[in-house]
Design a protein around this ligand. Structure first.
Ligand SMILES: Nc1ncnc2c1ncn2[C@@H]1O[C@H](COP(=O)(O)OP(=O)(O)O)[C@@H](O)[C@H]1O
Ligand SMILES: [Mg+2]
Length: 389
């Protein structure tokens, strides 16, 4: 390839002399990005798949609950990539009953923080007086992501002021040593500029370039993977490729994690932006297609089950209302049903029993108290790929 994408700067940290990498600003130059036939066709495939997903989003009767589920899926999987154990079921269990069950609640709280960071950022970008997609916005998202994370001080909301490294036990034996802290202001400034500059490269390509550049800079002490993946989501919305964050791209990174790391790394070592972009665009195409398919299956299931509920002889209005709430609350307790339906306990119990009778809800704990009810068929469709590991 022979493209030079940056330079090494010698710094010393913890008594060692090390070479920290300092990337050149985007876009790739000398030579510029090579749009060969393979890259062009992957780009086209990814663009078509995203457009289809966007259209699917406008055609569903209640986008809200689909969004609710898919945002949770992305949050869970993006957190899992770097070792969080919480699954989608843990998250929904925590939201329904206040405890996760099998994993540490701290793990689930980290996933909740991710959801909080995403919805905060989207709200800012959409409101007239909110922050635009910028370094400040990313910092604020980071502050929410890292809120109350136990252990060492991760400097929530702040660019790091010390040297970090990826892989290995110290900078001297690391896989990668990102830029020294005194250059981060300039580097993040150029990254922010590239988001807003007029560029002839297509937006999906630019999103891919920005993700790898962000990971190369590694501006925070922790949370770089999650904020970098959040950035992709925000960019797709910023450039109007999707109106809402329906794409759970992290699932692709998780499925091909070794290649994810390798591709990021080879951009720096060999200047191979093209190889990274091919991986990235393939991921967008694959996941966008899968997402459309999952949405269709969820809708088919919902309309079948709705018919079941409506055709039951003893069906109650409360059962019907509860059924319509299940897509965004596929795991519930009686207490939760009382709250959601704004009703009495006996009515909530009746609503739940109705849905059990219709074969829609299943009690999963086997306990006599603190029982938990799941919309199992729905969860099974949704949770593909979200188990930990
Ligand atoms: N060799 C590499 N070069 C650049 N970035 C990398 C490399 N290997 C991993 N990464 C990125 O670093 C992330 C991990 O950084 P970290 O700050 O711990 O993020 P998080 O806490 O969100 O997982 C990975 O998810 C990946 O995006
Ligand atoms: Mg980490």
């Amino acid at each position: 390839m022979g493209r030079i994408v940056g330079a090494y700067e010698q710094t010393s940290t913890a008594g060692e002399t090390i070479n920290a990498f300092v990337p050149k600003p985007l876009p790739p130059s000398n030579p510029p990005l090579a749009m060969d036939a393979e890259l062009s066709s992957l780009l086209q495939r990814a663009e078509t798949a995203i457009a289809r997903l966007k259209l699917a989003g406008t055609m569903v009767p209640s986008l809200d609950w689909l969004l609710y589920s898919f945002v949770r899926k992305e949050a869970v999987v993006s957190s899992q990539i770097e070792g969080t154990q919480a699954t989608l079921v843990d998250l929904l269990m925590y939201e329904a009953a206040g405890k996760a069950g099998t994993v540490d609640d701290e793990d689930v709280k980290q996933v909740c923080n991710y959801i909080d960071a995403l919805s905060y950022a989207r709200k800012q970008m959409r409101s007239k007086n909110g922050l635009p997609l910028s370094l400040r916005l990313l910092n604020e998202a980071h502050r929410r992501l890292m809120k109350n994370v136990p252990g060492s001080n991760k400097r929530p909301g702040e660019i790091r002021r010390s040297q970090n490294w990826i892989g290995g036990t110290r900078p001297g034996n690391a896989v990668y040593v990102p830029p020294p802290p005194h250059l981060l202001g300039d580097l993040m400034g150029s990254l922010e500029k590239y988001i807003h500059v007029k560029d002839t490269l297509p937006p999906l390509i630019r999103a891919g370039l920005l993700h790898v550049q962000f990971e190369t800079i590694h501006p925070y002490l922790d949370g770089n993977g999650r904020i970098g993946r959040l950035l992709i989501t925000l960019l797709l919305e910023h450039w109007g490729l999707l109106d809402v964050p329906l794409l759970y791209l992290s699932l692709y990174f998780k499925r091909h994690r070794a290649e994810y790391y390798k591709r990021l790394n080879v951009v720096r070592t060999d200047g191979d932006f093209e190889g990274w972009l091919k991986y990235f665009l393939e991921g967008i195409a694959v996941i966008a297609d899968e997402t459309v398919e999952t949405a269709q299956k969820l809708f088919a299931l919902m309309s079948d089950d709705r018919n079941k509920v409506l055709s039951m002889r003893a069906t109650s209005v409360a059962s019907i209302r509860l059924f319509e709430l299940l897509p965004s609350h596929p795991i519930i307790t009686i207490a939760k049903a009382v709250k959601l339906l704004k009703t009495t306990k006996p009515t909530a119990i009746k609503a739940v029993s109705g849905l059990i009778e219709a074969g829609i809800l299943v009690e999963t704990t086997g306990r006599r108290r603190d029982r938990v009810y799941c919309y199992e068929a729905y969860l099974n469709l949704l949770r593909a790929g979200t188990e930990s590991g």
